[in-house]
Ligand binder design. Structure first.
Ligand SMILES: Nc1ncnc2c1ncn2[C@@H]1O[C@H](COP(=O)(O)OP(=O)(O)OP(=O)(O)O)[C@@H](O)[C@H]1O
Ligand SMILES: [Mg+2]
Length: 268
């Protein structure tokens, strides 16, 4: 019997909030914990793909037909689109710049919110993976609706900056809309990223969320760390680039928290 896979979307319509960095590093932390993980790059910027593959390879994926764009366009089983990464426990479905046209592709389709969910059906029932993590683009349209309709949980990274909270209300409203279609979707929690402990913004951001009832803010926050940028430059998660990096330890702790609430050992 296959294991029950848990699908988590990393979403926030605010750009640069740390979605891709968090998706990549939580994925790698879970892999280091021995979990089998599939990452899906849902953004035309291809940043998640670039987090694991060098530019040449990314461009090769992007110009071919085995990327998320063609998979969804053809409403294909995505199993044949999976690429192996340097890490045994971690696979990835790449993106392409063509994702800029995905809204147009979805527009006229029957049950257009559920296409990605159908494309993932085989992978989910194969029992191959413990987790599927999907990196969403900074938009709120049919494609992000697809991502959220294919997910059990959403993790919302929020940047601890003056503009970090901008648009959060829109995101919450959007989640309510998604629940009309995918009633099972739960907001697993807010992950506070890019915290500069010397500044007060961080506290403001935290306080704003902690006032909300029924909203989990993960205990582990992710501080600003230049090693993250170096690791991205080398197409590696931070723990693979520099094991002793502070952010590597922080992402590992956050991954444990995420698994405690969402993981297959969960009690609810
Ligand atoms: N903890 C951190 N320390 C330093 N830099 C960080 C940290 N987290 C993210 N960054 C940097 O911030 C920028 C935005 O991060 P990221 O790409 O993960 O955000 P995003 O939400 O995916 O952006 P987009 O909305 O464009 O997809 C990147 O350049 C990344 O290198
Ligand atoms: Mg991104």
């Amino acid at each position: 019997m296959g294991k029950k896979v848990i699908t988590i979307a990393f979403a926030n319509n605010k750009g640069g909030s740390g979605k891709t960095t968090t998706c990549a590093n939580i994925g790698y932390s879970l892999a280091l914990m021995g979990r089998k993980v599939l990452l899906i790059d849902g953004d035309m910027q291809m940043n998640l793909t670039l987090s694991f593959f060098e530019e040449e390879k990314v461009l090769e994926f992007a110009s071919g037909e085995r990327n998320i764009y063609y998979g969804v366009k053809k409403q294909d089983d995505l199993t044949g689109y999976i690429k192996k990464t340097f890490c045994e426990e971690l696979d990835l479905i790449p993106s392409t710049i063509l994702m800029s046209g995905i809204e147009y592709e979805l527009f006229t389709r029957w049950q257009r919110e559920l296409i990605l969910r159908k494309c993932l059906q085989e992978i989910k029932s194969s029992g191959e993976y413990d987790y599927i993590l999907i990196d969403a683009p900074p938009t709120l349209g049919s494609w992000v609706m697809n991502i959220l309709c294919a997910s059990d949980y959403v993790v919302m990274p929020v940047e601890a900056s003056p503009w970090g909270l901008f648009g959060v209300a829109n995101m919450f409203e959007f989640l309510e809309d998604v629940r009309q279609i995918n009633g099972e979707l739960a907001l697993l929690g807010i992950a506070i990223t890019k915290v500069d402990a010397r500044k007060n913004y961080y506290k403001q951001t935290l306080e704003a969320f902690r006032k909300e009832e029924n909203l989990r803010v993960f205990e582990q926050v992710i501080r600003v760390d230049s090693e993250i940028e170096w690791s991205q430059d080398r197409s590696r998660p931070v723990a693979a680039h520099k094991k002793s990096a502070r952010s590597a330890a922080e992402y590992m702790e956050l991954a444990k928290e995420i698994e405690a609430y969402a993981g297959r050992n969960r009690k609810h």
